[in-house]
Design a protein around this ligand. Sequence first.
Ligand code: ATP
Length: 448
Amino acid sequence: MSDKVDMDKIVSLCKRRGLIFPSSEIYGGLASCWDYGPVGVELKRNVKDAWWKAVVHERDDVVGLDTSIMMHPGVWAASGHIDNFTDPLVECKSCHLRWRADAIEGKKCPECSGELTEPRMFNLMFKTFMGPVEEEASMVYLRPETAQGIFVNFENVVTTSRKKLPLGIAQIGKSFRNEITTGNFIFRTREFEHMELEYFVKPGTDKEWLDYWVKERFDWYVELGIRKENLRLRQHGKDELAHYAKDCYDIDYLFPMGWSELEGIANRGDFDLTQHAKCSGKELSYYDAEAGEKYVPYVIEPSAGVDRSVLAFLVDAYEEEEIEGEKRTVLHLHPSLAPIKVAVLPLSRNEKLTPLAKEVFKQLCPDFVTDYDDSQSIGRRYRRQDEIGTPFCVTIDFESLEDKQVTIRERDSLAQIRVPVGELKKVIEAKLKGEAFGASTLWATRQK
Ligand code: ATP
């Protein structure tokens, strides 16, 4: 379906419903910077939580880490970023627009067909100064990836976690890249969040662990509702591999602008630990007590973008359909990603209904992210919840006052069931975990 989804529709839904706004909008915006609104912040957090749960909490061989954005400049010399983290930049001699030479076809400016300058290598790292003096000696970089914070803490983590190899160290955090061309909404921005795992293994077992993580990561997207036909795996050709990589796969998603990278899974060999050991003078190896040998581990790195994942989940979930002659826009988000799990909607803002509706809200909000809305017609409120992907709406009507039962409406099938107020929490909990909703088609049936 995603080839039919127009990016403009996603951008407009995100603005209209409080998911994502242009940054600094009242000042005219700042190119390629975006702010997550009240609904978007929940979605983004859910994506990160789902990753952390799958990669850290549900395993005994991975631990987490949270390192600083600014690091010793020596880190970036050792990692190769100062020399190699560059893109070829060309400028049009007529309109002065700048382009990434490897991202355009032909030798003319794509905008005005003007002549282009010779390419020069442009480093993508943002620089700033630490302390009050703006001089070369106090220059630091904003990290372009979270991975290096993990490598330089390898020794700290191994000695304090008391874990054996294979051992993974995971991190989620902001990265900064001064990209020459940005665009496609939150697909490519200069400030974004990474979800990265560095999985340290014994040399010789790296190939099988690469295959393992490629499958794990691919399945993660499918389990969270992305349709398989919109995902593909692509192995990098030898000429494409980054300076540190022995092998690499991309998980691509069929975005509205076509197939594009969603996540990369690389075999980095022992490049990083060897480089940091050499440049810092500190030994970074592992003593394998069982085998009685010491070695520098190899590293498998699944590296995903939070924002790019958010975009893929949004695009895949988006649907416009017609229900009884009326257009409905709905996000079929997986329940664990849905920003709001339950909306409590009294039939109207009637003083008789309000106390029970508030009581229901109070009962649900400690356990589920719950919205309370009593403005406008019930139909409009359902539409709003559909558009932000709320799986369940609970309606309180005048009958509820008599029989203490409320109606739960399911987002995808529009099926409704009536449930005693006292059982609401239990029922919603079970339904969010995937229990069938009457004879309805739940979100999961979209996965064939
Ligand atoms: P690309 O080829 O798209 O520039 P990359 O191969 O340089 O990406 P990696 O360094 O492998 O990207 O980073 C891993 C992931 O981080 C990417 O798959 C993507 O999801 C995300 N990512 C990288 N750069 C950006 C960016 N500028 N904006 C948003 N997300 C990004």
